[in-house]
Design a protein around this ligand. Sequence first.
Ligand SMILES: NC(=O)c1ccc[n+]([C@@H]2O[C@H](COP(=O)([O-])OP(=O)(O)OC[C@H]3O[C@@H](n4cnc5c(N)ncnc54)[C@H](O)[C@@H]3O)[C@@H](O)[C@H]2O)c1
Length: 308
Amino acid sequence: MRIVAAGAAGFIGSHFCDRLLAEGHSVVALDNYLTGSPANLKHLNGHARFAFVEQDVTRPFEVEGAVDAVANLASPASPKDYLRHPIETLDVGSAGTRNLLELARSKQARFLLTSTSECYGDPLVHPQVETYWGNVNPVGPRSCYDESKRFAEALTMAYHRQHGVRTNIARIFNTYGPRMKLDDGRVVPAFLDQALRGEPLTVFGSGAQTRSFCYVSDLVDGLYRLMLSDERYPVNLGNPCEMTILEFAERIRALTGSRSEIVFEPLPEDDPKQRRPDISKAMRVLGWEPRVKLEEGLGPTVEFFRSL
Ligand SMILES: NC(=O)c1ccc[n+]([C@@H]2O[C@H](COP(=O)([O-])OP(=O)(O)OC[C@H]3O[C@@H](n4cnc5c(N)ncnc54)[C@H](O)[C@@H]3O)[C@@H](O)[C@H]2O)c1
């Protein structure tokens, strides 16, 4: 297949390109480097089946030749990034997604949207199932991301219903691994950075809020299977192994051998109290479930951060 991947210079996008190339496909990668980096794709320079185009997907663009699939991974994803770029975040979820859907429609290609567990907001249903409609504050600071993704999902369903585009929607939960940005404000790089520097680990609130972390190779495997499937409604992709932030801080300390103390700071506005995917649909429809245990995934992640 020849696949157009938008957001390819980002954390997940670059791993997704690696997987597509490993499967023997050709990739046309698009990115405007808003939050991504050329370093994430450096190893693919000169690859015979890989082409990169610096392109803001919210602007009009064309891709020449046949296209079999379009994958939209373009969007700021960490709270730090989308709070810094709220309008760009809304633009890429709306105009960017529309341009990529139009490309898929005109080429009669498949279309994959990377949406997010943030569509569930601060969830009142736990664990989160795809049929839960969410509890999102539409005007809070995080709404630029949550509502952008909810709009992108609605637009994707409209293109499927109106134009018969073969669409898929992944609702991704917290993912970690090499090529994450050290300073993106997410808890995995933040704790690892602090632990490796011997600085205090900052826990927001009491640390009783829960998260679950999926290793990037598992996530990319789920995305790949979903892109080849006929499932049109959203599918959760994440690791259901849930822990409190405080427990996670302790595990990072143990893994890195750090003696950093743990300090507490006020909880940010609209921070979800609990987060765990119900992945029974992904197991049923895609035959997918995460395989990499936290300790196994943190090893290469720590190595990556040390190398920086
Ligand atoms: N990382 C996670 O835990 C997570 C969780 C849920 C959803 N997601 C989703 O997965 C996708 C990838 O996330 P990530 O963690 O790799 O983020 P990232 O910031 O590392 O990558 C996003 C990429 O999109 C690019 N981009 C942004 N706006 C663009 C535009 N207008 N035109 C072209 N490129 C643009 C950025 O430059 C960047 O390279 C996003 O859609 C995100 O919402 C990620």
